[in-house]
Design a protein around this ligand. Sequence first.
Ligand code: C2E
Ligand code: MG
Ligand code: MG
Length: 275
Amino acid sequence: NLDCLPSLQLATELESALNDGALKGHYQPIIDIQTGNLVSVEMLSRWIDGPSGTISPSVFIEAAEKSGLIMPLTLWCLHCGLRESSQWQKVPENVSLAINFSTLVLTDPHLPEVIHSALSLWGLPASRLTVEVTESAIMSDPERCLETLNWLSDQGVKVAIDDFGTGYSSLSYLKQLPVDIIKIDQSFVTNMLHNVPDRNIVQSVIDLARNFGLIVVAEGVEDLHTYDELVDMGCTRIQGYCVSKPMSSEDLEQWCENPQWRKTQNRVKDKASNF
Ligand code: C2E
Ligand code: MG
Ligand code: MG
């Protein structure tokens, strides 16, 4: 049982896992609601055969953050994600790779050179990379984060605010930061069909994004009723189990050959032809 593992021991095991190649990148599709096209994939790390089977990142990211392993882990993500992206044959070439960055990564002074060398090693343009950051990561050191995010944006890297609505949701940073994408937290999306306040929050974030000229992604969309409702509400992108769960690089390639999400694509077209 993981709860019994002292965090120091977990960190030590994670360090070995990083060195032994026991981490794997999984990729979850993000699709454009209008065209049904795959536009981005979010990389979500998986620790295969950890101390208790496959361990979810919600457990080991915290251990990585506390033990100084978050930068090595993010470095691993960048290289693994960009290497696999550069080798994809069936994933469309313009599909962007989204990677999660925590505070300690955003404020690391070596970040620019780390990103620059990873992109040039794998021969990909900065426009193929999206960085996902949370509101709380930004608020923990707004000045440093502003500097880093401006640098990333100047290079052509896209910036997404993850789990939007759960943090401080300070609107002033939307004015100052070079944000391209807002991701509505799944906690609001999950119950939006049955919970009026949740639905109101989702609609408000969609409207906010539209007014700022930003792309808006609904996270955690599990069923097609929610999908349809999000189309009507003006959402631009969808991520969730109703499109696909996160999958290995090999499975993503197969999925692109025989894309399940075409079902939903036809759905959008059917809806459009009803008007
Ligand atoms: P996140 O960035 O908000 O990622 C979305 C999470 O929602 C993922 O959980 C994904 O598997 C899950 N999800 C996607 N669609 C659905 C759905 O339809 N229903 C439900 N119930 N869940 C859905 P996961 O992979 O367990 O990751 C949890 C969090 O851990 C991520 O949240 C992210 O903040 C963090 N994380 C994952 N990989 C990394 C990493 O390599 N580096 C860093 N710094 N953080 C990571
Ligand atoms: Mg994310
Ligand atoms: Mg999220």
